[in-house]
Design a protein around this ligand. Sequence first.
Ligand code: AKB
Length: 316
Amino acid sequence: MDPKILIIGACGQIGSELTFKLRDLYGADNVVASDISYSNLDVVNSGIFEIVDAKDYTSVKTCIEKFNINTVYLMAAMLSATGEKFPMEAWDLNMISLFNVLNLAKSNFIHKVFWPSSIAAFGTTTPTDYTPQYTIMEPSTVYGITKQVGERWCEYYHNKYGVDVRSIRYPGIISWKTLPGGGTTDYAVEVYHEAIKHKSYECFLKQDTKLPMMFMDDAINATVNIMKADSKAIKIRSSYNLAAISFTPSDIEASIQKHMPEFKMTYAPDYRQAIANSWPKSINDSYARQDWNWKHRFSLDEVTEEMLFQLNKKYK
Ligand code: AKB
């Protein structure tokens, strides 16, 4: 079946790039972008765009019926740092939107669902190095709790109702087109913007805080490829560990200094340090590599080169 795609949360950091990629792959007419507001004009003006409230079942269903959608990418979510400020709002958005989409799949309005989980589903009792797929998961943030619970529900809907739902535990994602919002890994994007604009950056995490990260192109490839894979190859229906690179703020500082020796980072850790401390340092993603052939491409230095190149053009 040819995909007729709806992206919910298309104006966000990952949703926007996913929209462009899926339009390239499947044709602009087969990909409907949607969000709660017109907050990203590049996305809004790039093809079919609808206002959809992910928390409103009827709003999602109406859009699905209007465009004969069979595949949904649910990218709307409140991330870890903002979620700690608005716990109930994070719970409501992250859980209600997931149930809306899973229930539409259960009722056969759609046939395939992508839902992102995160390294935030792990917690302080999880082994931090080369974190295995199956391990202790006691998340301590509201966002992490929604991701862990969401994973359980995805697996349940697959086992119980045959819903074809696929998921990845994203690490921090680094990109230059659309800024992330409200995450703990956001420093790894902000730092490049500030390097170009001011040649300095005050980091909200300590210099030795190692976290799993990935360049956007790799994240988009993973997302597209897990959705393209034969259903039988997708053996894990909660969510797959996914890894590329792991680094600390001082590693990124050194990587930027290879191009800009004058660049300087200072450190002023805030409440996000505790969130970062509860997450893994590196991830074992051997199941994704084995089951659907996942491979990453970008090293930290390659990410730095691309970010500085693209942002230099943007701020000229
Ligand atoms: C966040 O920092 O909250 C997100 C994530 C790791 O899921 N980028």
